[in-house]
Design a protein around this ligand. Sequence first.
Ligand code: SF4
Length: 315
Amino acid sequence: MNKKIEKILYLPNPRGFCAGVERAINIVELSLEKYGPPIYVRHEIVHNPWVVKDLEKKGVIFVNELSDIPDGERVIFSAHGVSSEVKSEANSKKMDFTDATCPLVLKVHFEAKRHFDNGLHIFLIGHKGHPEVDGTMGQIPKNSITLLENEDDINKINERKYDKVALITQTTLSVDDTARLINLLKKKFPNITEPPREDICYATTNRQMAVKSIAKKCDAIYVMGGENSSNSLRLVEVAKKSGCKNNFLISDIKSINWEEMEEFSSIGLTASASAPEILINEFLKIINEKFKVKIKTNSIADENITFKLPKELRK
Ligand code: SF4
């Protein structure tokens, strides 16, 4: 029998599901139990193909728009949040809905509305086209909010155009890149109103800090997460910027090149806030079959946050 190649596997903590994702998936599963299939969900409930396929098997139908839903059916809004227009559309169609928007995204919505009511122009740092950004921008009239994606966008701002301004951000950005952009924005607007507490959520921050803590020790890091998931993509970027040369975003365990892994003696494994632990367990099962693995865990924070379910689904 061939002697197995030895590997060190770093498992940082926290990793995987956050409280907002747990709540959103619970809302869908409890709705299936209470109302029976099919259950319609506008947009992927969270950005993870495993989660989406699993729910589809249980009777969930994911749609892009409310117009894709037959009359009389109820709908769930995804964890990323929706614009006021989408909620008004549901109300005007007399469509029952359950809002699975993460409470930490709702906090950003409230900030946007409060600043607007106080007459401030809002700068939102985020990624164009991401559903969370669409939902946040859609809380207030278009001309009262400007999306900033990068330094160029900030450099182009004509500060004389604005009187009172405020800053909010998407919840799943890179902590370090966003801090740089905020500093740049503050140079233009020293009196800009900032969020009372950071808008980047605890789960995004902790997962990035955890991956940073192992990056320099790893020849390669595997991030379990969806290709359209902002916090998964940011984890891969953070791993790279923090010193790990080979970084892989894995949305399907079948896509892993196990032969290539032979070259790496120390490996890191983590999962984004929308990726289930079952994917980590599948990875561990296979890597243990192929190599002689010594696991080293590294925890940088304890998480004990939970969010309440909507009243109608509480048991
Ligand atoms: S990543 Fe953060 S904002 Fe997004 S669902 Fe999780 S806790 Fe909420």
